[in-house]
Design a binder for this molecule. Sequence first.
Ligand SMILES: [Zn+2]
Length: 365
Amino acid sequence: MSYVTAFSPNYATARYRFRTSAQALGCRLEAYPINQTGPDGEELTIDVAILGDPHPQKIVIVSSGLHGVEGFFGSAVQCALLEERLIGWSSIQGAALILLHTLNPYGFAWRRRWNEDNVDLNRNFLLPGEEYRGSAEKYRNLNAFFNPTSPPSRFEPFFLKAIASILRNGINDLKDTLPIGQYDFPQGLFFGGNSPSPTHQILAANLPQWLGNATDVLHIDFHTGLGKKATYKLFIDDLPNFESTEWLINIFGADAIETYKPGGTAYKIRGGLGTWCKTMFPQCNYKFLTAEFGTYPIIKVVEALRAENRAHFHSPPNDSSKEWTRQRLEEIFVPADRNWRHTVVSQGLDLVEQAIEVCFPPQEL
Ligand SMILES: [Zn+2]
């Protein structure tokens, strides 16, 4: 069978589908408004479906759409899971599955990676006591190039300009500067916000009750846009020699797991959701995987983000660049290619099933 049909054409359809299939399975459903509306005036909510024991010891969490437009994919995995794979999933005592649908509903509905305040939500989860300010030293130098204050053009030689910037500043500077998160340029790329976002507040208020007295949590957060097309990597921000890292490598394979290596290729971001979850719930053995599915080369991803952000802030209202930059962003993060769509959903479903199998082994029935 093909999983192409698991993709919804827009946020409203995705939300309806998620809620309907969750209800049909007997999930407990919750909805948290973020006090924003979508392009057709629709209410935007983070929806939560919970299946299994109301007082679980072990929990698998699957979340989607922290980066708005990437939610087309994460939602497709969650909907396919509910519609195809969980039918007949008998609840195991002490086990629960929690699906967090669209952590950035504004970004999904309006096809942006950022939220209603231009915030990259995976840079917004600073820990208590950490301040929402600061940026990498070199972000200031790159700001003019990555965040021009003029409308975008379809024919800009971005690639040549990017090469020139890389030659000037070095590729490592770019990698260590742009994506790690910044708190000084509210209209810039990878802005982490000035304070905890509505999503941050909703999770802070509700995760304690969802987790209850659970002792073990395995959380998979679905993303797209990083890595080789139609393949995936599971990023964890722990060092390779941690016991939990070794456990994850045993389950998901050394090829898939990317650990944090100081000086290595995986950069250390600020305000990431995974570090926050693990720090805020020290009573649980909380394991967090950022599952990244590749789409296009990184230079194209940055080009599309830059153009969309320019149009968002600097194109006149109703200018055609608002639409073509969003369309391009959607293609970059959720390619229309049917093979890509089928492959990534199938891989995503396998990952969740692996997680369920290892957390709720049949001998514990
Ligand atoms: Zn992402």
